[in-house]
Design a protein around this ligand. Structure first.
Ligand SMILES: Cc1cc2nc3c(=O)[nH]c(=O)nc-3n(C[C@H](O)[C@H](O)[C@H](O)COP(=O)(O)OP(=O)(O)OC[C@H]3O[C@@H](n4cnc5c(N)ncnc54)[C@H](O)[C@@H]3O)c2cc1C
Ligand code: FES
Length: 512
């Protein structure tokens, strides 16, 4: 692990002084107008593209760990040797250039060809993925990247091909991202990669002995190996007096479009629940000029997940943007436009949006008789209790080496990374899932990054200033760091992740 070196824009075609690039450091420059990161590991030098293929994050501001570079925005990880996107959320490689040392200078030469396609000797006869979300798409993508050539079928209950779900409550809902940015892959991707994508298709049963799934329309599909990536569904709250057209939930593109359709005529919206999604919705609707009241039972938003300090910061941030909080309150009833709270307070609202959490989507796995543990129980290779049936994403509880506990989380990056590891394991790679959990959340121009996992902690340490929106908050138990949340400290977040990874590695070595 190393620090970031001062950024400049050297022309690497003319060479760069070796002495100016210290071991473990990176420097930004260019060749023929293309921005390049030059990195040094011992006596080896690497030249790669400077923009992350997820949302274009600046890799020169990220972190080099061994022969990888990590993106500062959402922690994608790329090989410096091949450019390969080793870990989500980036799915595509960055370009690489040949480098050459001459005397005391390092020169960047021509761009290298992408790595040759891989091939699989003994893959399953066919692979079925249930779920067209983060884990499902990342798995299908990885199967083809790893060279699996057999039939891949992805069955999704959604109407749309896999989408960038986190965007549905952020820029897309705020009207700052166009609809064509939302699909994770263009439609010809599925045809070109021979991924048979069945949309609007719900799997109603799974027969683990016959090795087949049956869709609601009666169609049976056999599989050699199966991935369950069924995700989670929003918790629905019965609200007395509310009509279906007044109540909105947010999970799918269709849900987000339904809220967007109401936004121009809605003057006031009540968001029920101060969850990440609920608060992101509040921020996006404020960007559209809608007045927002947030009603939630807790005393500070996000207090249970991030502590009272960040909770207060988030609350003040939203209040500064015109959101009104009604904390320690629930909705008692709705009558027309009047929303009455538990205290008797009456609010005026055109629409209610419920962001009160999700429940893992488990029916299929339960009915098939898979072992459950408040989620689909998987081993460290993400395989369920039935050999050849794997599971990934929001629906699974896995043995997390960082906490030493079985955990289930609802994080985009974790779901994608699990999909990738499950895909490799379906092909017999025998890879343990040991990535440190990571999520981010965006509120106006403030991004919160969180690495690790802390369901309960004994102490919180704040380095920096929450008021200034520049800090790292460390969650500790028995003196050990469980998780770190950062605001405007992307490098520190990457360093915390790398330190947790190193801790897992050294623990493994001790045990061995
Ligand atoms: C609005 C929103 C914003 C979010 N923002 C963030 C964020 O900023 N950061 C973050 O880390 N996380 C965020 N999340 C959480 C993140 O999106 C989830 O953790 C992630 O999508 C989980 O991936 P998954 O593949 O497990 O499930 P999903 O992406 O939900 O996909 C599940 C898929 O399974 C399908 N399915 C379910 N049952 C069946 C069945 N029986 N038959 C066929 N198909 C079925 C569904 O139709 C769907 O296609 C957000 C979530 C939402 C809703
Ligand atoms: S922009 Fe690089 S991980 Fe998101």
């Amino acid at each position: 692990m190393a620090e970031r070196q001062e950024i400049n824009k050297a022309d690497f075609k003319n060479g760069f002084p070796i002495r100016d690039l210290r071991d473990g450091n990176m420097v930004l420059g260019q060749v023929d107008g293309e921005e390049i990161v030059l990195a040094r590991r011992g006596d080896e030098f690497f030249a790669v593209g400077s923009h992350c293929t997820h949302y274009g994050g600046p890799l020169a501001e990220g972190l080099m760990v061994d022969d990888t570079v990590r993106c500062p925005w959402h922690h994608a990880c790329f090989s410096l040797r091949t450019g390969e996107a080793l870990r989500a959320p980036a799915l595509d490689a960055i370009p690489c250039w040949r480098v050459e040392t001459q005397g005391d200078r390092i020169f960047v030469r021509e761009k290298l060809m992408p790595a040759a396609p891989k091939s699989v000797a003994n893959g399953p006869r066919s692979i079925v993925i249930v779920g067209g979300g983060a884990a499902g798409l990342a798995a299908a993508d990885m199967l083809r990247r790893e060279g699996y050539d057999g039939p891949v079928t992805m069955v999704s209950a959604d109407d749309s091909p896999p989408v960038d779900r986190p965007n549905l409550s952020k820029d897309y809902l705020a009207g700052k991202a166009q609809e064509d940015w939302i699909p994770l892959r263009p439609s010809d991707y599925y045809r070109d990669r021979r991924i048979d994508l069945l949309l609007h298709s719900r799997v109603s049963s799974l027969d683990t002995k016959k090795r087949q799934i049956v869709l609601e329309n009666g169609r049976a599909i056999e599989f050699g190996a199966l991935l369950l990536a069924t995700g989670a569904d929003p918790v629905h709250l019965p609200i007395q007096g509310a009509t279906d057209s007044q109540l909105h939930y947010l999970r799918t593109l269709r849900d987000s479009n339904a809220i967007i359709a109401k936004a121009p005529s809605a003057k006031r919206v009540v968001v029920v629940g101060a969850s990440f999604v609920g608060l992101e919705v509040a921020a996006s609707l404020r960007a559209r000029g809608v007045l927002v009241d947030v009603v939630a039972p807790e005393s500070q938003p996000l207090e249970g997940v991030m502590g009272a300090e960040i909770g207060l910061f988030i609350r003040k941030l939203h209040e500064a943007h015109g959101v009104t909080f009604h904390l320690g309150e629930t909705v008692s009833r709705v009558n027309g436009r009047t929303v009455t709270l538990s205290s008797g307070t009456a609010l005026d609202a055109d629409v209610l949006i419920l962001g009160v959490g999700v429940r893992p989507s488990l029916t299929l796995a339960e009915q098939a008789g898979l072992t459950m543990d408040r989620g689909i129980k998987v081993n460290q290779f993400l395989e369920t209790s039935v050999a050849g049936i794997f599971a990934a994403g929001d629906a699974v509880r896995w043995p997390d080496p960082h906490t030493g506990e079985r955990i289930r989380v609802e994080h985009w990056v974790v779901a994608e990374r699990q999909g990738q590891v499950a895909a490799r394991n379906i092909l017999g790679r025998g890879e343990k899932f040991d990535a440190v959990p990571f999520f981010w959340s965006q509120h106006y121009d403030v991004a919160i990054n969180y690495v690790g996992h802390a369901e309960k902690w004994e102490a919180i340490e704040i380095d920096g200033s929450l008021d200034a929106g520049d800090c790292a908050v460390t969650y500790k138990k028995a003196g050990r760091t469980l998780a770190v949340a950062t605001i405007s400290r992307d490098l520190q977040s990457l360093q915390a992740e790398a330190a947790m990874e190193a801790e897992i590695r050294s623990h493994r070595q001790e045990v061995a």
